[in-house]
Ligand binder design. Structure first.
Ligand code: ATP
Length: 584
């Protein structure tokens, strides 16, 4: 079981010193409990009760004798406090490390991973499972030392008394129940693991329900889905409750079960001691030693519970942390500082499910887009246009064939370098809950105020931004909700303008604009595209007027390519789509 945790102990490395101090303090607390308290009972209570008549203790001796009690308790309590504090400190560092690593991993995982996972569920892994793993790691690192010390301290004390006092040896028989305790530990551990897994998964489901509901607040109201949503959430919460209680049943059963078994040990030990006429002074000091021995045993059972729960949580963290990162920097990257912008697709095939998946989205697509050209991707919905464009910045990798920028396979370039040469504007561009200015600055960190404003002017955004009372310092709200769709899109365009990358991908980037702003953007685009390679996807053909090249997509294939006049002449699909819009 412990081997399972070994890779995660690295999170404790930065706080090694504090953890060792915590463990030493825990051990002191353990010895003070397991051996100190029983010894204290013996050394104090014996003269306390046995001193009679003239031998009775005077006040000062009595105070001196009794002051041992607060002294032993003091050492134990101080050690316990410092131990708990330091363990909590180390735990917070572990949690921080775990969450930071998870977050960093989320940044590296391919887009496809987020499409197959549910974000609320991932959130629950980063929050609840990381917390459970933290509790287990720090708790177990500490208890693994403290509990055996307490256990051995008390057994040592019992053995000492047994060896030095007549009749006390029988008490060693009281330890006979210890091996019996292993049985429930094993049985419960096995059952608990499965139940913990189910409960944590159900917790993830609840997070996902919550996230989905919060992000669809508008749709819920518009379609009157409140009752349905409440019922769905109640069912999710109830399922989590049931599974959690099943887990708790096992988690909480172990400790009392061990305590119950140890009851037989104490009764048995007393039975034997009585029959052996063991002096009461030995009995009275051995009883706390037995108690601490059993208590340590009980806590070790609890530790096993904790390890099991932690291991179920680690499984869920591993699921993210060990996920392969197929889209990563190559081992020996080629360099591309500023691309000319030439793009080539060499017999590229692509499926979203990876090689072997059923739906082939792109089939042996080949195209050569010269640097500095404006290339329009045209075709019916679902034909594969966005997918084609997404392969250039390596949002996905081709399943077969190769995508090249400036003659270099994109997989041979550092991701940062490749993506630094590309600006992407999509239909639903994301704005962070920050000021307009900072959202624009994401296009190019370090741009000057004048450059930011110029980019906003080019994207026809300056006028509406300036009309806000707080201008560029206006907060855009969560996901930019305090702005209109067209305003959001213009900010996204301005951001791309600011980036000034040699390759620009516009995926339905002007779909939310009215004709007036679209006309303005068209003018801006004409300026922007000079010297750049542009891939433009738009259903409105007015946007495609300036394209120097058209790629016509149909069911994952490029069925025609060339300048508008040529493609219009030879390709009925394109002609049909074009004519339809001219009439419309
Ligand atoms: P539209 O003009 O409607 O945006 P498109 O030509 O851009 O369509 P794509 O978005 O590239 O088409 O989609 C091509 C095919 O791939 C579609 O059948 C779509 O269902 C599928 N698809 C798109 N994105 C994914 C995804 N993330 N996972 C699985 N399949 C996807």
């Amino acid at each position: 079981m412990l081997a399972r945790f070994r890779p995660y102990f690295r999170y404790l490395r930065p706080v090694r010193g504090k953890l060792i101090a915590a463990i030493i303090l825990g051990a002191i607390c353990g010895i003070a409990s397991g051996a100190g308290i029983p010894a204290m009972v013996k050394w104090i209570f014996q003269p306390f009760f046995e001193a009679t008549g003239a031998a009775r203790l005077d006040t000062s001796s009595l105070i001196a004798l009794l002051s041992v009690i607060p002294a032993v308790f003091g050492v134990r309590c101080l050690a316990q406090f410092l131990n708990s504090y330091l363990v909590a400190f180390c735990g917070t560092i572990v949690l921080e490390g775990l969450r930071t690593d998870l977050f960093a991993k989320f940044q590296r995982l391919p887009l496809g991973y987020f499409q197959k996972s549910r974000s609320g569920e991932l959130l629950s892994r980063a929050v609840s499972d990381a917390q459970q793993a933290q509790l287990t790691l720090t708790g177990s690192a500490n208890d693994l030392v403290v509990l055996p010390v307490t256990f051995l301290g008390s057994i040592g004390y019992i053995a000492y008394v047994a060896a030095t006092e007549p009749g006390a040896g029988m008490f060693l028989l009281g330890l006979g129940v210890v091996p019996v305790c292993v049985l429930p530990i094993r049985f419960i551990g096995k059952n608990l693991f499965r139940r913990a897994q189910h409960a944590y998964a159900a917790n993830g489901d609840v997070s996902e329900l919550l996230r989905e509901n919060l992000s669809a607040a508008r749709e819920v109201r518009a379609f009157g889905l409140e009752e349905r949503e409440k019922a769905r959430f109640a069912a999710g919460v109830q399922r989590f409750f049931k599974l959690q209680m099943k887990m708790n049943k096992y988690a909480f059963a172990l400790s009392p079960l061990i305590e119950f078994i140890t009851g037989f040990g104490i009764a048995g030990a007393l039975f034997v001691a009585y029959r052996a006429h063991t002096p009461w002074s030995s009995v009275i000091s051995i009883l706390p030693a037995l108690y601490f021995c059993y208590d340590a045993m009980r806590k070790m059972g609890k530790l096993q519970t904790e390890l099991t729960r932690g291991s179920a949580a680690l499984d869920r963290l591993d699921h993210v942390l060990l996920e392969p990162e197929p889209i990563a920097d190559p081992a020996q990257p080629k360099t591309l500082v500023r691309a000319r912008g030439e793009i080539e697709f060499r017999t590229v095939s692509f499926t979203y499910g990876g090689a072997g998946a059923e739906e082939v989205v792109l089939r042996e697509v080949s195209a050569h887009i010269p640097a500095g050209s404006v290339c329009a991707l045209v075709g019916p919905s679902g034909a594969g246009k966005s997918t084609f464009a997404n392969l250039v910045p390596r949002f996905y990798d081709a399943t077969a064939g190769a995508v090249l920028v400036d003659g270099i396979d994109v997989r041979d370039l550092r991701l940062g370098e490749l993506r630094g040469n590309i600006a992407v504007v999509s239909q639903d561009s994301f704005l962070f809950n920050d000021t307009i200015y900072n959202n624009l600055l994401l296009g190019r960190a370090g741009a000057t105020r004048a450059e930011v404003e110029q980019a906003a002017r080019d994207a026809s955004a300056h006028a509406f931004i300036a009309s806000f009372p707080q201008g560029y310092d206006t907060m855009v709200g969560e996901r930019g909700t305090s702005l209109s769709g067209g305003q959001r899109q213009r900010i996204a365009l301005a951001r791309a303008f600011l980036r000034n990358a040699p390759i620009l991908i516009l995926d339905e980037a002007t779909s939310a604009l009215d004709s007036e702003s679209e006309a303005a953007i068209q003018k801006a685009l004409q300026k922007l595209v000079i010297g750049k390679t542009v891939l433009i996807i738009a259903h409105r053909f007015s946007t495609l007027r300036d394209a120097s090249m058209i790629l016509v997509f149909d069911r994952g294939r490029i069925i025609a390519q060339g300048p508008h006049a040529e493609v219009y002449k030879i390709n009925p699909l394109y002609r049909g789509l074009y004519d339809q819009q001219q009439i419309g």
